[in-house]
Design a protein around this ligand. Structure first.
Ligand code: SAM
Length: 239
C-alpha cells in the first residue's frame, strides 16, 4: 500500500486505504488507544443526550462502534443511520450489529460525507468520530451535516488533537511516528496507513481553529473539551 497524501486526502485513495486495513481495524483501534477509544465514544454519546433524539446520523461510521455506542446510550429509543464510503468496514459493522440486541435500530449505508443521501432537516444529532480528519473537503462535509440536521439539533465531533504540554507532545510525536507504524506491522496491518494517521493528526486544525471551521459551516455556540491531556478533543455545536 502506498502512503496516501494527507494534505490532498483523495477520496478514492482514502477509501481504498481504509478498506485495506478493515480486517485489523478494530483491534488496532483498541490497542493503539489502550482501550480509551471506547470511553471517548461514550462521551460523544452523552453529548447527544443534552437534547431529545429520535434520529441520529453517525458519519464516517467505519465498523459502527459509535453507532453501537449511541444505541446503548439511547437504549434503542433512537434510530441510528450510519454512513461510510468503505464497503468493507460497513460490512464488518453490519456483522457486529447482527449479534447485538438492537440490530434493527442501526441502518448502515454506503455514502460520501460530502454528499449525504438525505433530505434537509432529518436528524436530531450528527456524530463523527475520528472521521473529519480524513475527509477531502471538510467544510463541504460540515455544511452537509448542517443541512441534514433539524433546527435545534446538534453536532458532536471527536477527533485527535495534540497535547499542549511540551513533554507530552514530544512523547506523543515519537509514539505516532515510530511506535504506531511498528505496532500496526506486528499486528498484521499496513504501516503506511498508520503513517498517514500520524501525518493527518499533525496537520489537523487546532481546537480553536476547528471551532472557526465548524462555525463557518453555519453551526453556532461551538465549544470544545480536550481529553487525555489533549490527545483528543470533542467539539459540539448547535443548529
Ligand atoms: C479513522 S476511521 C473512524 C471510524 C469510526 N468512526 C471510529 O470511531 O472508529 C475514519 C472513517 O472515515 C471514513 N471516511 C473518510 N472520508 C469519508 C468520506 N468522505 N465519506 C464517508 N466516509 C469517509 C473512512 O472510510 C473510515 O471508515
Amino acid at each position: 500500500m502506498n502512503l496516501v497524501d494527507h494534505k490532498k486526502r483523495d477520496a478514492k485513495k482514502v477509501e481504498q486505504m481504509f478498506s485495506n486495513i478493515s480486517a485489523r481495524y478494530d483491534l488496532l483501534n483498541h490497542v493503539l488507544s489502550l482501550g480509551l477509544d471506547i470511553r471517548w465514544r461514550g462521551k460523544v454519546a452523552q453529548e447527544t443526550g443534552k437534547i431529545n433524539c429520535d434520529k441520529i446520523l453517525d458519519v464516517c461510521t467505519g465498523t459502527g462502534d459509535m453507532a453501537i455506542e449511541l444505541c446503548k446510550f439511547w437504549k434503542g429509543n433512537a434510530h441510528i443511520e450510519a454512513i461510510d464510503f468503505s464497503r468493507e468496514l460497513i460490512e464488518i459493522g453490519r456483522k457486529k450489529v447482527e449479534k447485538a440486541e438492537f440490530y434493527n435500530k442501526i441502518t448502515f449505508r454506503e455514502a460520501n460525507a460530502e454528499s449525504l443521501p438525505f433530505k434537509d432537516e432529518q436528524f436530531d444529532a450528527i456524530t463523527i468520530t475520528f472521521g473529519l480528519r480524513n475527509i477531502h473537503n471538510r467544510l463541504k462535509a460540515l455544511q452537509e451535516f448542517y443541512r441534514v440536521t433539524k433546527p435545534g439539533g446538534c453536532f458532536v465531533c471527536l477527533e485527535f488533537s495534540q497535547p499542549k504540554n511540551q513533554f507530552l507532545a514530544k512523547v506523543y510525536s515519537f509514539y505516532l511516528t515510530k511506535l504506531v507504524p511498528f505496532i500496526s506491522l506486528v499486528l498484521g496491518s499496513h504501516p503506511d496507513a498508520y503513517r498517514y494517521l500520524g501525518n493527518t493528526i499533525k496537520d489537523f486544525p487546532t481546537p480553536p481553529e476547528l471551532i472557526n471551521l465548524i462555525e463557518s459551516a453555519g453551526w453556532r455556540d461551538v465549544t470544545y473539551d480536550t481529553l487525555a491531556g489533549g490527545i483528543v478533543a470533542i467539539h459540539r455545536g448547535n443548529k
